[in-house]
Design a protein around this ligand. Structure first.
Ligand SMILES: NC(=O)C1=CN([C@@H]2O[C@H](COP(=O)(O)OP(=O)(O)OC[C@H]3O[C@@H](n4cnc5c(N)ncnc54)[C@H](O)[C@@H]3O)[C@@H](O)[C@H]2O)C=CC1
Ligand SMILES: CCCCC/C=C\C=C\C(=O)C/C=C\C/C=C\CCCC(=O)O
Length: 270
């Protein structure tokens, strides 16, 4: 799928991975609506992107993804600005085991909210033109990251929810693909949590084990993860796909098939 003339909405776009996803989308010809709760960083990024891609290529919309009203309004303003929405990336996330309810709210509840809003705008049965959603999980969505059980749970939640919605979309012919990105440790601000006892709370004593994991796994550059993201956006054969990005390379994750061909079964009436 070519990105020329396409419009994307990215949450948590002001820095780190969201900024990397934004840049690769712009480089391939898309326009991007940048959503972030950090207004200063968002405005600064917008200024630098204006220089590289032109002021008409992006809009920055201050938005806390935990607010239903703010996220709805950001979708509305994206449509108002660019006239269409084709790509949605639910990327905003935090790691804070002390503020664990807020972690669930941002990392999982807001991904559900963003996915439902994206479907409302893009699915064919609501008059949309189809599109693609990429939800950002983590390798911690596939196995435990020691010392962050709630973060781990939210990322497993993102994987499960996205795979389920991808099946729904296929069966109901929404015309929207839903994929999941699972990066390993990547060089962004979130990594500083490894040294910050305030965010690991009662598990701070396990810091050295996490550090060893990081040393063994290595640290990805944002651009390596952005290439994986681009694959999930552009490859029209991918729906319900979970792409793992590690220092060893990229790999699509396979899962055990618990119930075979349930949908194809003649006893299931849709
Ligand atoms: N850096 C890493 O090692 C990995 C990160 N991830 C995931 O990638 C995503 C992006 O994280 P990074 O770029 O690494 O971190 P980051 O901390 O650099 O960026 C996160 C962005 O999300 C924004 N954000 C936080 N709460 C928000 C809210 N309530 N509403 C709107 N925006 C909000 C922040 O302002 C920030 O711009 C997260 O979901 C994270 O869990 C996944 C695997 C590895
Ligand atoms: C305080 C704990 C470490 C802080 C690290 C900071 C950010 C990490 C973000 C992630 O999303 C985690 C990235 C990689 C997780 C790696 C491994 C999980 C193990 C999965 C497995 O068992 O295969």
């Amino acid at each position: 799928m070519s990105l020329k003339g396409k419009v994307a909405l990215v949450t948590g776009a002001a820095q780190g991975l969201g900024k990397g996803f934004t840049r690769i989308l712009l480089t391939h010809g898309a326009k991007v609506s940048l959503l972030d709760v950090n207004e200063a960083a968002g405005a600064e990024l917008k200024r630098s992107l204006d220089g590289d891609f032109g002021a008409d290529s992006t809009v920055f919309l201050p938005c806390d993804v935990t607010s239903d009203a703010q996220l709805k309004d950001a979708f509305r303003r994206t449509l108002e600005t660019f006239g269409r929405i084709d790509i949605v990336c639910n990327n905003a996330g935090i790691l804070d085991e002390n503020a664990w309810e807020r972690t669930v709210s941002i990392n999982l509840c807001a991904v559900v909210r963003g996915t439902y809003l994206a479907l409302q705008h893009m699915k064919k049965e609501s008059g949309g033109q189809g599109g693609v959603i990429v939800n950002v999980a983590s390798v911690a969505g596939l196995g435990p990251l020691l010392s962050t059980p709630v973060y781990t749970a939210t990322k497993h939640g993102v994987v499960g929810f996205s795979r389920a919605i991808a099946e729904v979309s296929k069966v109901c012919d929404y015309g929207v693909r839903v994929n999941v990105l699972c990066p390993s440790f990547t060089n962004t601000a979130i990594l500083s949590n490894i040294e910050d006892d305030r965010t690991t709370g009662q598990f701070a004593r396990l810091k050295d084990i996490s550090k060893k994991m990081l040393q063994d796994a290595g640290v990805l550059d944002v651009s390596e993860v952005a290439e994986g993201f681009l694959q999930l956006v552009t490859d029209e054969g991918k729906n319900g796909s979970v792409l793992m990005v590690t220092k060893a390379g990229t790999a699509y994750v396979t899962f055990p098939q618990v119930v075979k061909d349930l949908v194809a079964s003649p006893s299931v009436v849709l």
